[in-house]
Design a protein around this ligand. Structure first.
Ligand code: NAD
Length: 474
């Protein structure tokens, strides 16, 4: 697969010369899967100018026109699911079923959500004696990570199009291939030249985009470190910045929950996508008297999960996405041991028989204290921390004792009791008893997990300016 050209102004173009290329490594084989060209500031400027040239015309299209175009993008995207799934599997090592299923299919859900949200979205309303107009914010820079690559592109591109914005997308250099299929979809759907532009590249490209004076808004998903860098770079030109960042999400198991069921489900949810989901429930909070029982269930569950070749349909967990990620996870597992947490499953090194590829062992620590590094740092790998609590108020205090506030999970036999806990959690999303995400509900975090919300109508809102018109005729 290749990501050596950019899509700018409605056509595929060569990068500005001299071109710097990077190898994209298949983490299951450690072999090169293709190359990505790293866009320079000149390439970024070319893409931004194309987006700026298209912004006025596109911003004035009707809601019906934008819905029609989104439907055409959706149809083109559906046709490319096999290629997008394959691209994700090769670049990040997601098991085939996950890559072709949840990962690739999520794009469909977000495109549909944007189309549905437009159906009832109020771009023009009267409040008191004034008319309130919601207008596209303008030229948007979109930066996405590698862990749910097609999903995160969809979470930005669909609402930006729906809002009437033009955009320059810069996907992660770790997973550049699926984005090229996104560009093909836009082209095939007839998205007007300049409305959607794609440059490939790394953090240097992201920095050029974030500081470009003609960009009105940056929408960033990735690490808190890079989100802060984007905010600094955007500050000089007072851009709007939306951030979807990391998490260290608590999974509070109350004493009336079905322990076997919720611990097993919590382990699987933590290790899904090899633990590389921002909203993974990585801190499992259990009543202190239930620590040993929960640890035994968790260890048993972790040991049953099959790790290996993404092409093997029995596999639940593929490799970590990169050598960098593998080394980080290994370091943090060792830190957990050094700080005195009880290792009950997994541990350092690769699983037996997997000598090539960035495979890690599904690892569970029990008797973790919330001030340990492994309970505070986002590991972004298959590492679960089980933490004991003395009372429900103690559980809530531990859950909130983190710089992050993305997701939280509450398990209880009593829905009202769980809801009362949910109200006290400083998190953007709370899942009660395994309830799934909802594409029409807001996705985003409190505290250092981000600024703003994506998905459905909340995602569209993010890409709009608000204009108050006083004295407008009724
Ligand atoms: P990352 O921050 O290293 O990279 C994300 C993107 O930012 C990439 O495209 C990268 O090239 C770019 N980038 C890196 N440095 C930059 C800079 N200085 N300026 C501009 N752009 C820069 O993150 P990652 O390793 O790709 O992704 C993992 C992180 O993303 C985790 O922390 C995870 O929790 C977070 N994440 C958050 C959400 C969410 O919605 N809250 C979703 C998925 C992932």
């Amino acid at each position: 697969m290749q990501a050596e050209r950019f899509y700018i102004g409605g056509e595929w173009v060569d990068p500005h010369k001299p071109v710097r290329f990077m190898d994209v490594i298949n983490p299951a084989t450690e072999q090169c899967a293709g190359r990505v060209a790293i866009a320079t500031a000149q390439d970024v400027d070319r893409a931004v100018q194309a987006a700026a040239a298209a912004v006025e015309t596109w911003g004035q299209t009707s809601v019906a026109e934008r819905q029609d175009l989104l439907r055409a993008v959706l149809a083109a995207y559906k046709r490319r699911i096999p290629q997008i799934g394959e691209a994700i599997k090769l670049a990040m090592g997601a098991p085939a079923e996950l890559a072709h299923g949840a990962q690739a299919l999520s794009g469909i859900q977000h495109l549909k959500a944007a189309i549905d949200a437009l159906q009832t979205f109020d771009f023009d309303e009267v409040i008191n004696q004034s008319r309130i107009l919601r207008e596209p914010v303008g030229v948007c820079g979109l930066i996405t990570p590698w862990n749910w690559p097609a999903n995160q592109i969809a979470c930005k591109v669909a609402p930006a199009l729906a809002a009437g914005c033009t955009m320059v997308l810069k996907p992660s250099e770790v997973t550049p291939f699926d984005a090229t299929y996104w560009a093909d979809c836009m082209h095939e759907a007839g998205v007007p030249p300049g409305v959607f532009n794609l440059v490939q590249g790394d953090g240097t490209t992201g920095a050029s985009l974030s500081q470009h004076p003609r960009v009105d808004m940056m929408s960033f998903t990735g690490s808190t470190r890079a989100g802060v860098a984007v905010s600094h770079a955007a500050a000089d030109s007072v851009k709007r910045v939306a951030l979807e960042l990391g998490g260290k999400s608590p999974n509070i198991i109350l004493d009336d929950a079905d322990l076997d069921k919720v611990v097993a489900a919590g382990v699987a949810a933590c290790f899904y996508n090899t633990g590389q989901s921002c909203n993974a429930p990585t801190r499992m909070l259990v009543p202190e008297p239930l620590m040993d029982a929960a640890a035994a269930i968790a260890a048993r569950t972790a040991q049953q999960l099959i790790v290996g070749d993404p092409d093997d349909s029995a596999v639940f967990m593929g490799p970590l996405s990169s050598r960098v990620q593998f080394e980080k996870v290994q370091r943090l597992i060792q830190t957990g041991i050094d700080e005195g947490a009880t290792l009950i499953s997994g541990g350092p090194g690769r699983p037996a028989g997997l000598d090539t590829g960035y495979y890690a062992k599904p690892t569970v620590f029990a008797n973790v204290r919330n001030d340990m590094t492994i309970a505070q740092e986002e590991i972004f790998g298959p590492v679960l921390c089980i933490i004991g609590y003395s009372s429900v108020q103690d559980a809530i205090a531990i859950a909130n004792d983190t710089p992050y506030g993305l997701s939280a999970y509450v398990q209880s036999g009593d829905g009202q009791r769980a809801l009362a806990v949910a109200r006290q959690l400083r998190a953007g999303m709370v899942h009660i008893n395994g309830a799934d995400l909802d594409t029409m509900a807001p996705f985003g975090g409190y505290k250092q997990s981000g600024l703003g919300r994506e998905w459905g109508p909340y995602g569209i809102e993010e890409f709009l300016e608000v204009k108050a018109v006083m004295g407008a005729p009724a």
